[in-house]
Each structure stands twice: as structure tokens, then as C-alpha cells.
Write a protein that binds this ligand. Sequence first.
Ligand code: ZN
Length: 168
Amino acid sequence: MRGTPVWLASLSRQSTVIRGKPLSTSLWSQRTRDESAVLLRRLLGPAGNPNRERIFRMQITMCLHRAITAEEYQQTPDWFKTAQTTDLAGGPVEILYESEEGSLSTRPCLKPDKQPLDPRDPLLWLPLDCGQCETCQARKVAQDARDRLVGASPVYLSDQLQEVFSGP
Ligand SMILES: [Zn+2]
């Protein structure tokens, strides 16, 4: 949202075949996606600016980002307003809707590696940036700026970074 903090709501759906197992968003019908968008908007209610929204999916969750309003920003504590950005979320799997075009770093990786989330279901995976496509390069610029700010890259990304830089 071009630097504006956002409200976030997300939801997942359970499989009706295997109880307790998440249903990959890639299997959700358009009706389920539409109903989920309605539910996410209901969850946020009057919070934020509904004219500035992005709906995207990961493999398990569908998510709604809604930019906060200027009035809401004024109500945030000083520490929030002055805090430095210290991390960057990975890319989404697919952007389903956005009222304004997000920056390149918010786009899905064009050729993500897929980290399995459930060995029983190949549709449940976490996208790992390929590090090569333009969206990954945009995220890398932001991550490098973050790393300079905090003095180190996050340990939890070490395996991913090693994999990306070691090549295929
Ligand atoms: Zn990529």
C-alpha cells in the first residue's frame, strides 16, 4: 500500500474429506473465494480505508490487506510511527484483487521454489523466492536495506538464501 500500514485479515478453509486438514486455496471455487472476500471484509468492519485494499492468497490462507486511514494513523503510538522497518514479508502466491497497483516487491515470485507444508498434500507449500525474477529482485533491494538497518540478515532465512545463491 505504498508504505501505508495495513490492517490484515486472513482465513483458511478445512477439507471436508480429511478433517483438520487445510484445503489448498488453489482448490477453492470462485464462489468460495467470493464468499471468503465478503467474510474478510466483514471481519475488518469499518477499520481502514475500503477503497485501498488488496486480496491475495497463499496456499493455505486468503488474505486481505486494507490501508489504515489518516485518522487511524494519528491514533497509533509514537513508537509505531518512528519504528524502523525490520522485516519484509515474502511474496504472495497470487494477487486476486487490488484497488491500486502495489509495488513490484508485493508481487508473486514468477518461479518460486515450493517448500512443502504437508507431506500428504503437494498442493500445500510455502513459496520461496527464486531470487532471480524482477519481483524477487525488488524484494531483495528492500531486504538489503533492512539488513543494513538491523545489521544482519535474519537467521531464519539462511537456508533459503543459501539455496538461492547455490543455484540449481
Ligand atoms: Zn522470483
